[in-house]
Design a protein around this ligand. Structure first.
Ligand code: SAH
Length: 231
């Protein structure tokens, strides 16, 4: 693989990701103590958040060993990642722990809340499988490491971005589980912007790296929805 001048440890080793892990653990511990004050929908959100943390933790540790040869994290990506951090972790945590955001509450009918709760099952399955199939090739930002392999098996066999598809399920459900414009809904514009910006850049990076193999892979897969026919 072509080496970049800026060979470095994975970006996951930097202080920002350690801080995210610490903050997630803090939110989980605080909410464990406050469980009796939460609605059932909020408990579902909390359980999905905790499962997300548990699924991702070993991968965050594993990719720390990777030697990064190409990292495509610019300022706009950092801003969008910060937006995701705020809307998926910090604001929901603050909403569930304090009453500061209660002025922005709304309510939705129970059927929608139930559907949102059920969506956590395919979300967690796909989130877990995409991490398991991507293995060491996973990274929180756009990166290629020294031994990067193109993964085309498992949940990657029919769609190119199963992890983002999974996150979309969580993103769509959150405004129904946390019925608050700031803590529940803001994740929708935050992830729309992040995924719209990231998918084309990620595909360009992988196309440059893997050439025809990636072109062939594009031809037989869907972006966010699986492709079942065609070459
Ligand atoms: N977009 C994918 C992966 C998200 S993780 C998904 O939604 O499932 C982001 C990292 O995964 C990127 O830095 C890229 O290097 C890596 N990546 C994405 N697709 C890949 C593939 N098919 N094989 C290997 N690495 C891949």
């Amino acid at each position: 693989m072509k080496k970049d001048k800026t060979l470095q440890q994975s970006s996951t080793s930097n202080w920002f990701y350690s801080l995210l892990i610490l903050l997630s653990a803090l939110i989980i511990m605080t909410l464990l103590l406050k469980m009796q004050t939460l609605t059932w929908a909020e408990i579902v959100w909390f359980l999905a958040f905790t499962a997300t943390f548990i699924i991702r933790l070993p991968f965050t540790r594993m990719v720390k060993q990777n030697h990064i040869v190409l990292a495509k994290q610019d300022t706009s990506e950092k801003v969008l990642l910060f937006g995701m951090f705020a809307s998926s972790m910090f604001l929901p945590g603050m909403y569930l722990i304090t009453s500061w955001l209660d002025f922005a509450n709304y309510s939705v009918s129970e059927q929608f809340v139930l559907i949102a709760a059920l969506l956590q099952i395919p979300y967690l399955w796909l989130f877990w499988r995409s991490h398991a199939d991507l293995g060491r090739n996973w990274s929180p930002t756009l990166e290629l490491h020294e031994q990067h392999k193109l993964v085309t098996k498992g949940v990657y066999a029919r769609l190119r971005h199963p992890m983002y598809s999974a996150i979309w399920l969580f993103v769509i459900a959150q405004p129904f589980l946390l019925q608050n414009w700031i803590a529940g809904f803001l994740i929708v514009p935050a992830f729309t912007l992040l995924s719209l910006g990231r998918i084309p850049r990620e595909e360009t990076m992988l196309r440059e790296q893997f050439g025809q193999a990636y072109e062939d892979y594009i031809a037989r897969t869907g972006k966010l929805f699986p492709k079942f026919h065609g070459k």
